[in-house]
Design a protein around this ligand. Structure first.
Ligand code: CUA
Length: 256
């Protein structure tokens, strides 16, 4: 066989091989719905993690991986929903694997990586960083909770527990209230704010008052008017606008 014939054969075989490869990839994507990670150069990396609901069956999650955590740390979706995952990082290179699935992305500064997953079985999926990214690397984990539709619907309609990200909570922090008070039931230098509205409150001196709205307003504006039994008269008078006072009182009512 001449060299030219040999070259032609090699060329034909390698072309067939490449076409087969593309064919198998197309089959995997279309028939077996294997997601291919994609790098998006035209989307700006995001500032914060968030979940966007496109439809009851289609969610978009923006994950921000940073030293050393994922935001959001927990995402809950209903089983069978399509979840579009976008991953970015503001600092160094991180990885993202979703244990038990074939999701495997790398977070590279400056770009956004994308993959789509569809998880049919209710289960808690662990999300881990797989690029060594510094001393806190092994702490980088998050959870993707896939729940059945009924559980998901119940969660949506249940009143949301107060979050430390609420605007009113931030205001309480800014006014230094949270140095002495808590919203989780633990007592500090001052009584907890959890369940404060309507709480029967024993005062220094022995009398008991219901903590109604008037009491809350008075206790905020004139901290020394009534002192709760077991605590000291140490709360400073806060500087609040009428609007801020109303915001705080409305917030306190939600701390059941
Ligand atoms: Cu991030 Cu390892």
């Amino acid at each position: 066989m001449s060299v030219i014939h040999l070259e032609r054969r090699i060329l034909i075989v390698s072309t067939l091989f490449v076409l087969t490869l593309f064919g198998v990839a197309a089959l995997a994507i279309n028939t077996f719905h294997v997601g291919l990670p994609t790098c998006l150069m035209d989307i700006k990396p995001f500032q914060k993690g968030e979940v966007i609901t496109h439809s009851p069956n289609h969610f978009e999650v923006h994950y921000v991986s940073k030293m050393w955590k994922f935001e959001p740390e927990e995402v809950v979706v209903p089983a069978g929903a399509i979840v579009d995952i976008y991953l970015s990082t503001p600092d160094v290179t991180h990885g993202m694997i979703l244990i038990g699935t074939d999701l495997n992305l790398t977070a590279v500064p400056g770009v956004v990586n994308y993959a789509r997953v569809k998880l049919d079985q209710p289960r808690n999926y662990k999300l881990l960083c797989h690029e060594f990214c510094g001393t806190g690397h092994e702490r980088m984990a998050a959870t993707l909770r896939v729940v059945d539709q009924a559980t998901f619907d119940a969660r949506q309609t249940a009143p949301k527990p107060p979050q430390q990200t609420d605007a009113a909570y931030k205001l309480l922090e800014a006014k230094d209230c949270m140095t002495c008070h808590s919203i989780d039931g633990s007592e500090g230098i001052g009584p907890t704010l959890k369940g404060i509205l309507g709480r029967s409150t024993k005062l220094k001196g022995g009398s008991t008052v219901p903590a109604d709205e008037a009491y809350l307003r008075e206790s905020i504006l004139k901290p020394d008017a009534k002192i709760v039994d077991g605590f000291d008269d140490v709360m400073p008078k806060p500087e609040l606008t009428e609007e801020e006072l109303n915001q705080i009182v409305e917030y306190l009512k939600t701390l059941k």
